[in-house]
Design a protein around this ligand. Sequence first.
Ligand SMILES: Cc1cc2nc3c(=O)[nH]c(=O)nc-3n(C[C@H](O)[C@H](O)[C@H](O)COP(=O)(O)OP(=O)(O)OC[C@H]3O[C@@H](n4cnc5c(N)ncnc54)[C@H](O)[C@@H]3O)c2cc1C
Length: 468
Amino acid sequence: MGYNRVTPEIIAELVSIAGARNVLTGQDQMFPYSHDEVGEDKWRQMPEVVVKPENTRQIAQIMQLANRELIPVTPRGAGTGLAAGAVPFHGGIVLSLERLNRILELDRDNMFMVVEAGVTTGEVQRLAREEGFLYAGDPCSADSSFIGGNIATNAGGNKAVKYGVTSHHVYGLEVVLPQGDILNLGGKCVKDVTGYDLIHLLVGSEGTLGIVTKTYLKLLPRPQYNAVLLAPFKEMHEAIAVVPRVMKQSGIIPTSIEFMDNLCIRSAESFLERELPSHEAGAYIIIELESTTRVHLEQDMETVADLLVENGAMDVLVGDNPATQERIWKPRRVLAEALRVTSPVHSLEDIVVPMSEIPETVAEIQVIADRHHIKIACFGHAGDGNIHATLLKEGLTDTEWPMVRDRVLAEIYEKVYARGGTLSGEHGVGAKRKEALARFIDPTKLNLMRAIKKSFDPNLILNPGKVF
Ligand SMILES: Cc1cc2nc3c(=O)[nH]c(=O)nc-3n(C[C@H](O)[C@H](O)[C@H](O)COP(=O)(O)OP(=O)(O)OC[C@H]3O[C@@H](n4cnc5c(N)ncnc54)[C@H](O)[C@@H]3O)c2cc1C
């Protein structure tokens, strides 16, 4: 696709739309917008201009201009993505949603929050909590990621096992389409089958079909009581084998069921500069439980703790107040940053398999790691089969790393697909997994996705080079 360059005349037009303070052209100013949280240099690209519109109307005008001039536009939330989805590989305009950061309404009667796309997930969670509600979307990046970015990637996170992923909480959207039309979908109705479900086509479309500007989020009643259990296991295979057992045998759906291997425990320990309990363990399992009564919570805790011990847990530590819970959760939440410190060059993956396949999949990853003499740290959302296998460059030369990484990834993906899994559970395809997706996707699905893209974006100017 032949795109045009951003000229001084186009910059002048952008200034007249969004105001001079919202148009960045200096290399230093634009550098933070040249990458997301994917570590390697390969996944960086400077924009030609960064624009930070203040409202939906300005975004519509920018899209009309970009269409007329055939300039690529890359929407950007907080840039915490792990698939290089917000990186402008074709140059052009990076359109940052950071100024659309208003909470518009908290409707207590209907239990909805209406917010702009640039509000952080953590802010939505906090406000809901203060008002006695729960916003159940909970990626580990909640304190920094934007709700619009969560919608674009259909973010998962820690509570997906009980409450589902972001799409389960989104009932309405305001979206600017690639040619500049403003589209309103859904709202506060909890049922709506009036025509195609375009909301859930847009959720997870990774900024390739439209720019999300506003959303209606469903709130839930806040469970009054919760507890977090930390169970260290001597061996990784024992820890991971307990996950399907807890889900099947306990009769309880935990809010979260997470795991981290010894490499992760050690990385978190050195990142947090504090000794973690049983740090020699092969793996940790972290389980969060919630209930509306203290009695029920205590019964559930006992059932799950017994199951953990029967299946080999070395110990079960309980976090029953915000401070002790945070001490258990913190090492899990910081893992993406901690592994970056352990091995600045790495590849954080996002495979997902049916829950019953987790033990075999994790064992197969270890066999592949040993065969290629590479360290692979494993952690993730065990309750929903989502494994963040993280390949570390540590010990490999600059020449060996890309070859070993690609070979190892190809072997992991083969195993994952053979077990009924897929290559991304929550981070998305972006630019990073586009080639791998092309190898595994059903051609009929690919053609359908291309046709949908073309009908939303005939000039292919919105986030080109992503997904396919
Ligand atoms: C420490 C850490 C922990 C993480 N934990 C999790 C986790 O538990 N679960 C999980 O799912 N992810 C996790 N992530 C990944 C990341 O935080 C999520 O993908 C998040 O949803 C991205 O939001 P963002 O605002 O940073 O989006 P960005 O990174 O800015 O963009 C991501 C994609 O969305 C598009 N986009 C952004 N905003 C919009 C918009 N308003 N309209 C249209 N397109 C848009 C971009 O073009 C890009 O394709 C983690 C990342 C880090 C660094």
